[in-house]
Design a protein around this ligand. Structure first.
Ligand code: BTN
Length: 261
């Protein structure tokens, strides 16, 4: 499929407020996260950003395939946080707030955040986030990978995801796509710089679609338990009261909201 937005780097850069970024934009790559991790291992500096308009091997959590056709924005941002404060879960949650705010600022849509890394519009996933950490020598880095379904294509989504995926905008727009991409990058840097304050958690909790809901708890695609979500703590753990009354803090895994909850 051709790229209907014909976006170039300047279209995005002219909207950016963050300085000292090193941005590359490609029509298609294998995976922006994989490429940026390679660069990070070779000592690339913080602020390097790879943006692609499609990916041939986009990956999500648990190495799942991430749908990455034209119509979306797929980007990875290289950060070099202080090792003592570096936390991929918190950065994932802060990035979810960053993307969610960007979407709401530039569209008339309301977003919800599904713990820990999904952004939904009207119950459909429009964005997934994957933060991956590593070392270049003694220097720690995190690659923040963000995939957004920006607008629908004529052929629609693949059958596998057509019932669960949505888009931010209803029609293609080069200008809106560029603005969204720039706002996402600016917002991620804003949240990254203020991560320690944990302020983003207030918004994260407000936008959470799982708080007070009964959820199935899954591990590697299998339902392993269910319970009611009581809170999201300051480490972004999901505090769940299980059916047997036990209270658990989930730090990883996935949940799905049970019907009628
Ligand atoms: C998920 O939903 O499980 C996370 C999806 C993360 C996808 C983004 S798209 C840009 C970056 N490159 C990848 O291969 N993955 C991330």
């Amino acid at each position: 499929m051709n790229n209907p937005t014909l976006l170039n780097k300047n279209d995005i850069s002219k909207h950016l407020k963050t300085e000292n970024l090193n941005i590359s934009l490609f029509d298609s790559v294998s995976s922006t996260n994989a490429l940026l991790k390679e660069k990070a291992l070779l000592g690339e500096k913080e602020g390097t950003v790879i943006i692609a308009l499609s990916q041939t091997d986009g990956r999500g959590r648990y190495n799942r395939k991430f749908y990455s056709d034209f119509g979306g924005i797929y980007l990875s941002i290289l950060l070099k946080p202080d090792l003592n404060t570096a936390d991929t879960t918190l950065l994932t949650a802060a990035s979810a707030v960053a993307v969610s705010n960007a979407i709401e600022d530039l569209s008339d849509k309301k977003t919800e955040i599904k713990w820990v890394n999904d952004i939904l519009i009207d119950g459909k996933k429009v964005c997934g986030i994957l933060c991956e950490g590593g070392f270049c020598g003694r220097e720690y880095f995190i690659v923040v990978g963000i995939g957004i379904n920006v607008y629908p294509l004529k052929n629609g989504f693949d059958d596998e995801i057509k019932d669960i995926a949505g888009t931010v905008f209803d029609m293609p727009s080069k200008e809106k796509t560029a603005q969204l991409c720039a706002r996402v990058i600016d917002n991620v840097f804003y949240e990254y710089k203020s991560l320690k304050s944990l302020e983003f958690l207030n918004t994260y909790r407000k936008k959470s679609c799982v708080l007070d809901k009964t959820v199935s708890i899954m591990s590697q695609g299998e339902v392993i338990n269910c319970g009611k979500v009581l809170n999201i703590d300051d480490n972004c753990n999901l505090i769940v009261k299980l059916q047997n009354g036990e209270i658990n803090a989930l730090s990883s895994g996935e949940v799905s909201i049970m019907r009628n909850s």
